[in-house]
Design a protein around this ligand. Structure first.
Ligand code: GCB
Length: 603
């Protein structure tokens, strides 16, 4: 069980939240002397940097952008005297990839895993009615015992360098908001919900976890604020008459209010918006509220100019507007859980999310996505370090599900992206991962993982774990691109026919397909990288999709161009975006809009 509550920080009648976002002091620790020189009491220099943001893209020096190792943040915070007697926490939305938090010089907590929140309980070390100092040591080194996987090398000049086994820039830092919280000593720690719909009515089953023994009361308020159901006890069922369902692109949100009471006295109150909906896989269908739904949308990234992977509320808004404009209804949080605010927005806008844990790079190759297509065997899960990696992976799953399970938008868990699956050693690893997700999710949402090109019907040893088979396929790009596209189509159909013959009776979705395209490039007749080729590629791919009735979704790679490590495969980043990194449409966006707006919901 997790040490601290993963509930989103809020101010309520009993809780206080102060934002710590802003300019923090910042210092790279190139010689790894921070601890020895006592930086936990205060870091050297006067450099300031914004939080939340990745540190890399502010500076003009390449040594900073590529910096790998420890780097330190510092700020002061004031703790009001009236908070004495409460539980005081510092809550980090994320620290990529690992962090140690010092308050007034004392190490309070350490956390590994760069895309999920954690809290430091500072109750016993803070001084009230005065300023306190928080120093955070962050480290962005990659290895094979943590996710995402990669390695850190040392160049002959002594500088360290990140070698990700994945295709996105290794942005790092305090990339999400930081809050100072005051909670009552006895508080709501967690809750789980499950739904059943009976005609016009609904049942909301719940389990609430608190850290005390006092009575718990629940109220469900409709969008107008009227109480439509209430119940006492830590476990039970709320009955909702004439329930408004949370529908795709037509969300209805209730507000769940959880209170801990001591007689008439309120001990704690927590509120969260929830949506009544069911999600289920039945045969080859994905059912939302019992109705089949066809996913259309994107694999995305949290990625934008200047702030890198830092949460940017403006980019979030623009992305949702573009997704609505183009007729999308879903996205995958490739390749890590996104900022919590993005799920809140998806709840409100009625988007379906496939929530992905940062289990990417599980191929022992720097260009894993390239090498995999050659069918090379790497036996990634047979390494000595696999047990340690599995532990970190399971922990990330636990944190992700704890954080995201009550979002109506989250309809599936993606537990790995493009792992090696052609070796038997993957099987026991997958079993643990898939079993844990099922155990932790009261709603038993469908689980999936994205299959790489060489995970084929006759080579993949792990697809049986998936409730939804999710394929990442690049026929006509990495395989038989350009004038050979007709061969690509044949190979693609051959694969799909082989899946069909397996009669798996499960839905298939495409979680990736796409072609790198430069927004500046036009050529008639087409060449690869031109807008014309992106169009040709998609036409072919969509024709294949339309030929198989067990295909239940298409999420194109990628929503927008994004930053990667430099190299011969990438032109200042991955250019498979339907939109540019600045969120303007490439030509293909208009074609996709036409297709997606005309596909029936249950296509
Ligand atoms: C993949 C990976 C994704 C890459 C993409 C590509 O299969 O999952 O992270 O960015 O291919 O464009 O090569």
């Amino acid at each position: 069980m997790l040490e601290h509550s993963m509930l989103y920080p809020k101010t309520t009648l009993t809780r206080r939240r102060i934002s710590m976002d802003g300019m923090w002091k910042f210092c790279l620790d190139e010689k790894a002397v921070g601890e020895k020189e006592g930086w936990m009491d205060g870091i050297p220099g006067e450099e300031m940097i914004p939080v939340p943001a990745s540190f890399q893209d502010f500076y003009t020096e390449k040594d900073i952008r590529e910096y790998t190792g420890d780097f330190w943040y510092e700020t002061d915070f004031f703790v009001p005297g009236e908070w004495e007697g409460r539980e005081i926490l510092l809550r980090f939305g994320a620290a990529t990839h690992r962090a140690g938090v010092y308050v007034n010089g004392i190490l309070i907590t350490e956390h590994e895993g760069g895309f999920l929140p954690f809290s430091a309980d500072v109750t016993t070390v803070v001084r009230y009615d005065s300023y306190n100092k928080v120093v955070v040591k962050v480290n962005n080194e990659l290895n094979c015992t943590n996710i995402p996987c990669g390695e850190t090398i040392t160049l002959p000049n002594g500088k360290k360098m990140s070698k990700p086994y994945f295709d996105f820039f290794n942005y790092a830092g305090l990339q999400r908001s930081v809050y100072l919280l005051a909670l009552p000593r006895e508080s709501v720690v967690d809750f789980d919900l499950d739904y059943a719909i009976h005609g016009k009515n609904a049942e909301v089953s719940y389990q609430v976890r608190t850290n005390g023994e006092h009575a718990v009361q629940l109220e469900l308020l409709d969008a107008e604020g009227n109480c439509v159901a209430q119940k006492d006890g830590k476990e039970g069922v709320l009955y909702v008459e004439n329930a408004h369902l949370w529908q795709v692109r037509n969300a209805y949100l209730y507000r769940l209010r959880i209170r801990i009471m001591d007689g008439e006295e309120l001990i704690d109150e927590y509120e969260q918006e929830i949506g009544i909906r069911t999600v289920k896989v039945e045969g080859t269908d994905i059912l939302l509220n019992g109705e089949p739904v066809y996913l259309r949308g994107f694999g995305k990234h949290e990625d934008s100019d200047i702030v890198g992977r830092g949460f940017n509320i403006g980019i979030m808004k623009r992305d949702f507007e573009l997704m609505k404009w183009i007729g999308a209804n879903s996205f995958r949080t490739s390749h890590y859980p996104y900022s919590e605010e993005i799920y809140q927005m998806a709840d409100r806008e009625g988007f379906l999310i496939i929530d992905e844990v940062p289990a990417v790079g599980m191929f022992q190759s720097l260009m894993n996505f390239m090498e995999a297509s050659t069918g090379k065997q790497t036996a990634f899960f047979e390494k000595e370090t696999t047990p340690v990696l599995l532990k970190a992976h399971l922990r990330a799953i636990e944190e992700m599900i704890a954080r995201d399970k009550n979002h109506p938008s989250v309809v599936a868990w993606s537990l790995l992206n493009e792992p090696e699956t052609t070796n038997e050693a993957a099987v026991p690893y997958f079993k643990e991962v898939f079993d844990l997700a099922n155990k932790l999710d009261m709603q038993k949402r469908p689980r999936t993982f994205a299959l790489i090109m060489n995970s084929l019907p006759d080579t993949c040893k792990c697809y049986q774990f998936s409730d939804i088979i999710a394929l990442n396929r690049y026929y006509g790009w990495y395989m038989k691109g350009g004038y050979e596209i007709s061969v690509a189509e044949e190979l693609f159909r051959k694969e799909m026919n082989a899946w069909k013959e397996k009669k798996l009776n499960k839905p298939f979705i495409f979680t990736e397909y796409g072609a790198d395209t430069l927004a500046s490039e036009h050529k008639l007749p087409s060449v690869m990288w031109s807008q014309e080729y992106q169009d040709e590629y998609l036409k072919m791919t969509h024709e294949v999709f339309d030929s198989y009735d067990f295909i239940k979704g298409e999420q194109i790679w990628n929503f927008a161009d994004f930053q990667t490590t430099e190299g011969i495969m990438r032109v200042n980043g991955n250019k498979k975006g339907v939109f540019t990194r600045q969120r303007q449409p490439k030509d293909i966006a208009y074609k996709l809009k036409e297709r997606w707006e005309n596909l029936p919901l249950d296509y």
